[in-house]
Design a protein around this ligand. Structure first.
Ligand code: FAD
Length: 485
């Protein structure tokens, strides 16, 4: 009997999701070809130098309390490059001044009323409204509800505007009146099913946190943007192929598997494979699935994305009258400023400060969902907006020695009300097509560890399918042998 050829799987997209799926598949003994449309791998994880320091242009921190990302760094042999933030204190710009983020909160939802009062983030009226949560009857919420509707009903709108939305803004650049309570605050939402009061639900979440959980976040000394390259090296070492500048334009079913059309329309290339993992953001995934899985494509099309720009400024340390002491600050949209958050990278990451104590690097972000017009400005205008923010709020009185603008179009998928049901519908439509799986930030969490988990399970489903197909072929071959005259 002739040996079965090794199955060939294509992975579309070379961000963390695609790379992790490719690694799992290559480790599962199949032939893998990863196709990345842009000239470089990594997607939202990119690093480049500013003032001689490696500073991330996109994602910079991995949650260390979930195992997937830090464990993968260690498995790849780079555990020694992991470093943790030098401080976890952060501020909120509220009523015109920087206020400490109150202790006792979970993603901005407060549970310690004294700490909340001491922080002065809320107005006296806003503060007085919060404890009503303890006496109000249960707030009905059905299967899902917006963050603003639920938390606003329990604690008042100021908690939403001045605490929860700015914190969620750091993850989704989204609006609390559209984001799903169930999908964006899953731990709080689950606890709130068992408590009438949201304050008590948050206390419950905190009580269940491990006593000594260790550092919350980690990064790599040469930037988190190195992470995709470490994964890619492991993919190629396991025999996988990684192609860049290879945009997949079409996906079609064939009698034996799938045909991908790659490259420019005038010079297309066809690649026939046994199975495919579509690991690109929702808009291109919708376009690729439109022909064969229109039901999934229609759902993915409806996932909106937020665009943003990160302006990285390298100042001489003397530019700050007082050296910044926290990791940065968040700016609620009700403050009506152009910048929505500032990270003091040199304070948050001591390895950057140690590499050059004479430089303070700050990263300012601009742009929320539906505010694309704010990004239709020149790089010089965006740099000026970021410098003005640092001058007004932190008294910075000098120009940066270097400034860099990174634009992220369609950067962050919005997990709007009903997101979990939408993703269930996408998955069930995709599952009807053997040898097809989807992965990435649009599905079960935008953070890097969640994306890793979801990419591994997508690759796992493909391996299971290929195995079952192999068993079926073996069975048919044995049957054919048995019936041979
Ligand atoms: C500015 C910013 C800061 C962030 N900060 C953090 C952070 O600190 N911590 C954290 O955990 N998360 C952070 N995130 C979120 C996290 O980085 C992303 O959710 C995650 O990296 C997404 O990975 P992905 O592989 O799903 O998608 P992507 O990184 O978007 O990768 C998808 C890839 O698919 C490619 N592609 C698209 N269409 C095609 C096609 N047709 N053919 C071939 N290739 C295609 C793209 O070029 C891209 O490289 C941040 C996100 C942004 C934008």
């Amino acid at each position: 009997m002739s040996a079965e050829p090794t199955p060939h799987v294509a992975v579309v997209g070379g961000g963390v999701a695609g790379l992790v799926a490719a690694l799992r598949l290559a480790g599962g003994g199949v032939r893998v070809t990863l196709l990345e449309g842009s000239p470089k791998i990594g997607g939202k994880l990119q690093v480049s130098e500013i003032a001689g320091l490696p500073v991330d242009e996109g994602a910079e921190a991995i949650l260390a309390r979930r195992p997937e990302a830090v464990d993968l760094v260690r498995e790849l042999g780079h555990g020694g490059d992991l470093v943790h933030p030098g401080t976890t204190t952060a501020s909120i710009l509220s009523h015109g001044a920087l206020r400490p983020l109150p202790s006792g909160q979970v993603m901005g939802v407060p549970s310690d009323l004294r700490a909340l009062a001491a922080s002065q983030v809320l107005s006296p009226a806003g503060l007085a409204r919060v404890p009503l949560d303890l006496v109000l009857p249960e707030t009905p919420r059905g299967d899902d509800v917006s963050v603003a509707d639920f938390i606003g009903a329990r604690m008042g709108r100021e908690v939403v505007d001045r605490l929860v939305e700015p914190l969620l803004g750091g993850v989704y650049a989204g609006r609390a009146d559209r984001l799903s309570f169930e999908s964006t605050l899953p731990a709080v939402a689950a606890a709130a099913r068992g408590h009438r009061s949201l304050i008590n639900a948050v206390k419950g979440v905190r009580a269940h946190a491990p006593a000594d959980p260790g550092p919350v976040f980690a990064t790599l000394t040469r930037g988190l943007g190195r992470f995709p390259h470490l994964i890619a090296d492991a993919v190629t070492a396991a025999g996988g192929e990684i192609r860049t500048s290879a945009t997949v334009r079409e996906l079609r079913r064939t009698p034996d598997g799938w045909r991908l059309t790659i490259g420019p329309t005038r010079d297309p290339e066809a690649l026939d494979v046994d199975a495919v993992v579509v690991a690109c953001p929702a808009p291109p995934a919708a376009r690729l699935l439109a022909g064969e899985v229109p039901a999934a494509a229609r759902e993915l099309e409806r996932i909106e994305t937020a665009s943003m720009a990160l302006i990285t400024l390298a100042y001489p340390a003397s530019a700050f009258r007082r050296a910044p002491h926290g990791s940065g600050y968040l700016v609620p949209s009700v403050e009506d400023r152009q910048v929505k958050a500032v990270t003091f990278s040199s304070v948050k990451w001591p390895h950057l400060r140690d590499a050059d104590p004479g430089i303070i690097v700050a990263r300012a972000s601009i742009g929320r969902v539906g505010e694309e017009h704010t990004l239709q400005r020149s790089d010089e205008e965006l740099k000026a907006a970021a410098m003005t923010e640092l001058s007004v709020t932190c008294g910075v009185a000098e120009l940066p020695v270097e400034a860099r603008v990174t634009r992220w179009g369609g950067a962050l998928p919005q997990y709007d009300v009903g997101h979990a049901d939408r993703i269930a519908r996408v998955r069930s439509a995709v599952a009807a097509h053997p040898g097809l799986a989807v992965a990435g930030a649009a599905y079960d969490g935008v953070g890097v560890p969640a994306v890793i988990a979801n990419a591994r399970s997508a690759a796992g489903r493909i391996l299971e399918y290929l195995e079952s197909r192999g068993d079926e072929n073996d069975g048919q071959a044995r049957e054919a042998e048995g019936t041979r005259p």
